[in-house]
Design a protein around this ligand. Structure first.
Ligand code: NAD
Length: 261
């Protein structure tokens, strides 16, 4: 139990990668605040399962990552409930696929807010406590799209490149305070986010569902396999360990070799 007595906030953790991260941190003994959207009864089931399976405290924040005041409130409430926010995982994210000239302006604003600015607002609120305690771990789920682009994903690629820059900057600001700040850049992970973009990609590229999976998604990944949420979660747990204390300001790939090409 490497993370016993640590308290974590994981944004966008009612589904996919975030849920796997929250569960993996709890398995290592951390109390967790989960966040995200979904049916109330499903969220409560996941929250309660974390408590019973791992013997930690788990709470839910409904904060909307497009709302700076709600993000600051989420950090303040987690701090009050558990006594600290030692681990912050900025993971909430959405996707939208369209050519730039047809890209809806409100989708651009929403993706920049959720996938990028939310991490700034959460870090801004969590860093003072981490600095004061001399220990902290901030990990953001970036993407292979923080390093390379794909067509039709202008907002997503912009936001993820922004996360990589924010990570480096805050890592430098916190480097002497026992706080590490990193981002993880997965390739394609089979989650609802990937499944949901298949119809739009079919439309944008004029392909069948199978062609999108094999010729667009897995085409990018030399291993020809999806990354699993659990593999990403294990990476986060490692970055939270003391063995990882010299890893900061890094943008770490877990992409089956995608960005090696
Ligand atoms: P997902 O759709 O399964 O989960 C997204 C989570 O974000 C959900 O819990 C959802 O409720 C939450 N969310 C969405 N809008 C929100 C808002 N306004 N406020 C609060 N929460 C909100 O997706 P996922 O694939 O698990 O993605 C998680 C992260 O991983 C994202 O940042 C995504 O960009 C990144 N990522 C995913 C992949 C992939 O292939 N799935 C690859 C690289 C990076």
């Amino acid at each position: 139990m490497t993370l016993a007595s640590r308290n974590a906030v994981v944004t966008g953790s009612t589904s996919g990668i975030g849920l796997a991260i929250a569960r993996a941190l709890a398995k290592e003994g951390a109390n967790v605040t989960i966040n995200g959207f979904g049916k109330a009864e499903d969220i409560e089931k996941e929250r309660a399962a974390i408590e019973t399976e791992f013997g930690v405290k788990a709470r839910y924040s409904p904060a909307d990552m497009t709302k700076p005041d709600q993000i600051a409130g989420m950090i303040a409430e987690a701090d009050k409930a558990f006594g600290s926010v030692d681990i912050l995982v900025n993971n909430a994210g959405i996707q939208f696929v369209a050519p730039v000239e047809e890209f809806p302006v409100e989708k651009w604003d929403q993706i920049i807010a959720i996938n990028m600015s939310a991490a700034f607002h959460a870090m801004r609120a969590a860093v003072p406590g981490m600095k004061a305690r001399g220990w902290g771990r901030i990990i953001s789920t970036a993407s292979a799209h923080s390093k390379v682009a794909s067509p039709f994903k202008s907002a997503y690629v912009t936001a993820k490149h922004g996360i990589a820059g924010l990570t480096k900057t805050v890592a430098l600001e916190t480097a002497t305070h026992g706080v590490t700040v990193n981002c993880i850049s997965p390739g394609y992970v089979w989650t609802p986010l990937v499944e949901a973009q298949i119809p739009d990609t079919m439309k944008a590229r004029g392909l069948t569902r199978e062609q999108v999976i094999n010729d667009v998604l897995l085409e990018a990944q030399p291993t020809k396999q999806f990354v699993t949420p659990e593999e990403v979660a294990a990476f986060v747990v490692f970055l939270c360990s003391d063995a990882a204390k010299q890893i900061t300001g890094a943008n770490l790939s877990i992409d089956g070799g995608w960005t090696a090409e």
